[in-house]
Design a protein around this ligand. Structure first.
Ligand SMILES: NC(=O)C1=CN([C@@H]2O[C@H](COP(=O)(O)OP(=O)(O)OC[C@H]3O[C@@H](n4cnc5c(N)ncnc54)[C@H](O)[C@@H]3O)[C@@H](O)[C@H]2O)C=CC1
Length: 294
């Protein structure tokens, strides 16, 4: 089908949910749900093509690159928008991320081509903040080894207890205190932790007082104080590889890390080495798709 004059060709790239799609009619972030915008887009005369095929030679996405106007993708099944794809996309106007974080797009190439890159700011920030809190508790209380014991029919309390702690009294630092970082700090306040944050921007004094977190201008000065570090900043050219072996070495021995940002903010080998040596006591990474509507 060809788009009629004036209408736009919009391509959405989402993961296939298969049998899970039918289990919840509000599960819209998958190929089957197509963000729930098909009816509306088509009623406006636009053409809407949805696929999960985004990689490899002759993938479905590449067939539409030459004439699409809008490309929608998510960080969970990202359509990598390389300079090469941008060059071929002669009609492209808008690259839309149905979520937060657009590091799957070559932003420099997009800017040079005059494209708009937009994302749905705030779309799943509560989900992420709640998830971070859960992961912090999982790490501090040494939950996972106990879970695996139960699955295997084992029972060794000491193997769990020797490193299971309370969150109360621990120092938690968030690297990045934007929308998600602030929501996390608010949720941590009742746990009576020492809360620190590092960001390019200091919060308004009123908000800082309400949240009860102390600003740390110098990241390298904050890290050695933290029992738990949560990473809440975007992956950019400035933050790529930010947590290398030197920075990890500055953290407390046994530090617990929750990385909500992209994996590439950390040097993988340095993380693996620090986990093996015990310098990092535990690390969990969040990859949280936009959740269904209630
Ligand atoms: N794991 C997951 O499923 C999800 C991950 N995310 C990630 O979380 C990130 C943060 O999301 P939001 O809080 O909504 O974004 P935001 O834009 O509200 O906050 C980001 C904060 O990072 C700070 N920042 C950026 N670069 C910095 C630097 N070089 N040094 C110090 N501070 C810096 C900014 O000043 C800002 O306060 C997203 O960019 C995305 O990568 C977001 C949603 C879901």
């Amino acid at each position: 089908m060809q788009a009629s004059p004036g209408s736009k060709k919009i391509v959405g790239v989402f993961y296939k949910a298969n049998e899970y799609a039918a289990m919840n009619p509000n599960f819209l972030g998958c190929a089957e749900g197509s963000l729930g915008i098909r009816e509306w887009l088509e009623s406006q005369g636009h053409q809407y093509i949805v696929t999960d095929g985004k990689d490899g030679p002759n993938c479905e996405l590449d067939k539409h690159i030459p004439d699409l106007h809008v490309l929608i993708s998510t960080p969970f099944h990202p359509a990598y928008v390389t300079a090469e794809r941008i060059k071929k996309a002669k009609n492209l106007q808008l690259l839309l991320t149905a979520g937060i974080g657009s590091d799957h797009i070559d932003l420099k190439a997009a800017a040079e081509a005059g494209l708009t890159v937009a994302e749905v700011t705030g779309s799943n920030v509560v989900s992420v903040a709640e998830d971070e809190l859960m992961r912090i508790l999982i790490l501090v209380r040494n939950f996972l080894p106990g879970y695996h014991q139960v699955i295997k029919g084992e029972w060794n309390v000491a193997a769990i207890a020797y490193r299971a702690y309370d969150l109360e009294g621990k120092t938690v630092g968030t690297v990045g205190a934007g929308r998600i970082g602030k929501l996390l700090l608010q949720r941590l306040k009742p746990f009576n932790c020492n809360l620190l944050y590092h960001d390019r921007l200091k919060m308004e004094p009123g908000l800082e007082k309400e949240i009860g977190a102390k600003f740390e201008e110098d990241l390298d000065a904050m890290l050695p104080k933290c029992d738990i570090v949560v990473i809440n900043m975007p992956l950019t050219e400035k933050t790529r590889g930010m947590f290398d072996k030197y920075r990890i070495a500055k953290m407390k021995k046994g530090v617990l890390i929750v990385n909500n940002a992209r994996g590439a903010i950390m040097d993988t080998q340095a993380v693996a080495d620090a986990c093996s040596s015990g310098h990092i006591g535990g690390i969990l990474i969040i990859y949280l798709p936009v959740l269904p509507e209630e």
